[in-house]
Ligand binder design. Structure first.
Ligand SMILES: C[S@@+](CC[C@H](N)C(=O)[O-])C[C@H]1O[C@@H](n2cnc3c(N)ncnc32)[C@H](O)[C@@H]1O
Length: 190
């Protein structure tokens, strides 16, 4: 058998957590691949809330959603993910079953605009407030760039400190590969 690779494993986790009619969050919409993936999972009665600080990301994501006829299933916010509690409608509180972060910079975009530890950690805390029990937060950690290494360390310190009564935290990583390949942190709200 082949061990499941990092990006497919992220999707497997989300696929198992998010059911038709659910609410889901794409915390770093970028070019919209994950927003579309989640929009497909929630079907017509669910909703995906997606965040990015770059207008370009919203445009790219909107285009992708339109092409796939999924636009009605997503709300796009031109806002930092640490604005999550202000942006999500009250009806979604307590009902988010899956969330994903792809940390780092927008592929094909400005490599100076990267996710930052403080806002990433704040968004994880806010998500833990609005997730349903057994909801899953999937973080794909890219640590090939200098700021990514700082973010990796701070995020790991934060999630390692989460009380196991409130969350299970998993790390999924190939540990013998060169060039700092991405790895996964998954947080299950208990
Ligand atoms: C690796 S890309 C995401 C790729 C995306 N999943 C896709 O399917 O294309 C990271 C994205 O996070 C965005 N970002 C950086 N800081 C952010 C923040 N505080 N809140 C929301 N998005 C942020 C960047 O603008 C960038 O588009």
């Amino acid at each position: 058998m082949k061990l499941e690779r990092i990006l497919p494993f992220a999707r497997t986790l989300l696929q198992r957590a998010v059911q038709p009619g659910d609410y889901a969050v794409d915390a770093t919409m970028g070019n919209g691949h994950d927003t579309c993936f989640l929009a497909d999972l929630v079907r017509d009665h669910g909703k995906v809330f997606a965040f990015d600080i770059q207008q370009q990301a919203l445009e790219n994501t909107n285009l992708r959603l339109e092409e796939q006829k999924l636009a009605s299933r997503a709300s796009l916010f031109h806002a930092s993910h640490d604005e999550l509690l202000n942006c999500l409608p009250l009806e979604a509180h307590g009902k988010v079953t899956g969330a994903v972060f792809n940390l780092g910079y927008l592929p094909g975009g400005d490599k100076e605009i990267v996710t930052k530890p403080n806002s990433t950690i704040s968004a994880i805390k806010q998500l833990l407030e609005v997730m349903a029990p057994e909801g899953i937060i999937v973080l794909v950690i890219y640590h090939g760039h200098a700021e990514g290494q700082i973010e990796r360390d701070e995020v790991i310190e934060f999630v390692t400190g989460l009380d196991q009564k409130h969350a299970h935290v998993l790390r999924y990583e190939f540990i013998n590969q060169t060039n700092n390949p991405p790895f996964i942190i998954a947080v299950e709200k208990r």
